[in-house]
Ligand binder design. Structure first.
Ligand SMILES: Cc1ncc(COP(=O)(O)O)c(C=O)c1O
Length: 412
């Protein structure tokens, strides 16, 4: 019997190659790739992707060709016998990524923001107290979301570039009965890494009934996170960062304590069920990416992210640049937030680096947004060094800072 899916992927590969050919011949494109595939000016990440500017922002990240191709399916029912095992296995693979035996993964159409709503609407009753460990813009926004659903929010904050000390969190934690504590694992606005393990341990010892909720949008897949061992109740994340799948999926893991299991276990036991139409093609992409991610030990993946992060940070430090996080211990491994040197501003540097073929992001933290930029280094940009994304990014920064007259440390 014809394997429809393989057949279709094979055909879509042919379509991609015909589409590429059509660029040279002027023939009308056969399939519509997103706009970023349109310019021939920029270097390619791999032969099979059309030239495009490297997307080196802290998400969306560069996507693997196999992940992109796995979305090229014909229309397929979300309860089709060929789709159900893909969804089911994706749910199982998520357990591996999160190091959980019994945590319940949820995969729903949406983005990371939806995870905040899922937490706020499902776990917190109006009037209940929630402690927010805030390390930047995304802590502010999670707190706003909780407040919108009626939670009484207490925040523990630190100076920009730092994380609150454990003693302060401890003090706040025992000041009243909190239904939940939320931690932004990596605040994408500052690149500050929270010590989730230590905070969860604190909660276990001093307020064990408090739910530990982690915003892992900018950490899952690039930072170690162990749901069972560390005693986490919820991790919410999104597809477009270190999970390496286009935007559109909100992924959430709930411990047994946090939630009673519902609909997802139906797909996992390979039964289709309607609960809302799932984003079928994105789940194919998720399945492909999770297979890739789990094909090597996760510890190795985290180590790769750490090494590449140090490489980028060392290179920028050698140029004399300064970072938003106050030291390496509180710095994320999947992104870097860097202050502009004196006299250089976003509008000078970011467009020039983009002209060089590398897209980086501006600042986001409200108080210092115009003073710094952000570089993402997650997923295939890290795990597949042959693509040379990191070299190209460092080179684009170095060259354009030089062109702007910046004299790096040590240069005469
Ligand atoms: C730490 C963090 N939390 C939440 C979000 C919101 O996720 P999304 O943009 O996917 O809705 C983001 C987005 O970048 C994020 O970085």
């Amino acid at each position: 019997m014809l394997n429809l899916r393989k057949h279709f992927i094979f055909n879509s590969l042919r379509l991609v190659s015909r589409r590429l050919t059509s660029l040279n011949t002027g023939e009308k494109p056969l399939i519509n790739f997103p706009i970023f595939f349109n310019s021939k000016k920029y270097f390619s990440t791999m032969e099979s992707q059309e030239n495009h500017k490297l997307c080196m922002i802290p998400g969306p990240v560069e996507f693997h060709e196999d992940v992109l191709l796995s979305m090229s399916t014909p229309a397929i029912s979300h309860v089709s016998p060929s789709f159900i095992p893909i969804f089911g296995e994706s749910i199982e693979l998520l357990r591996k990524i999160f190091f959980t035996a019994n945590g319940q993964p949820f995969v729903v159409s949406g983005s990371g923001t939806l995870g905040w709503d899922m937490v706020s609407s499902n776990l917190i009753e109006p009037g209940e107290d929630v402690l927010v460990v805030n390390t930047g813009y995304f802590g502010d926004s999670f707190a706003d979301c909780l407040g919108t659903y009626g939670a009484k929010v207490t925040q523990v904050k630190a100076d920009i570039g730092d994380r609150p000390a454990l003693e302060e969190i401890h003090k706040a934690l025992i000041s009243k009965k909190f239904k939940a504590i939320t931690i932004t694992h990596v605040d994408t606005s500052t690149g500050v890494l929270s010590d989730v393990k230590a905070i969860a341990d604190l909660v276990k010892r001093h307020s064990p009934e408090t739910l530990v909720i982690v915003d892992g949008v900018c950490s899952v897949g690039s930072e170690e996170i162990r749901v069972d061992e560390w005693g986490i109740d919820i991790v919410l994340t999104a597809s477009q960062k270190a999970i390496g799948v286009p935007p559109g999926l909100c992924i959430l893991i709930a411990s047994e304590k946090a939630m009673s299991v519902f609909i997802m276990n139906s797909y996992e036991s390979r039964k289709g069920m309607y609960f809302a139409t799932p984003p079928v093609q994105l789940i194919y992409a998720l399945h492909t990416s999770l297979k890739q991610i789990t094909s090597i030990p996760l510890e190795k993946r985290f180590q790769q992210h750490k090494e590449v992060s140090n490489w980028i940070k060392d290179s920028l430090e050698e140029l004399g640049l300064k970072f938003v996080p106050k030291n390496r211990e509180v710095s994320a491994n999947g992104m870097t937030a860097v202050y502009y040197p004196e006299g250089i501003k976003a509008t000078d540097l970011i467009p020039r680096v983009a002209e060089h073929g590398v897209v980086i992001a501006g600042g986001l933290h409200r108080k210092i947004a115009s003073q710094y930029f952000r570089v993402g280094h997650m997923g295939i940009s890290v795990t597949e060094p042959r693509r040379k994304h990191i070299e190209k990014t460092i080179e684009a920064l170095r060259e354009n800072l030089n062109k702007l007259g910046y004299k790096s440390k040590g240069a005469n």
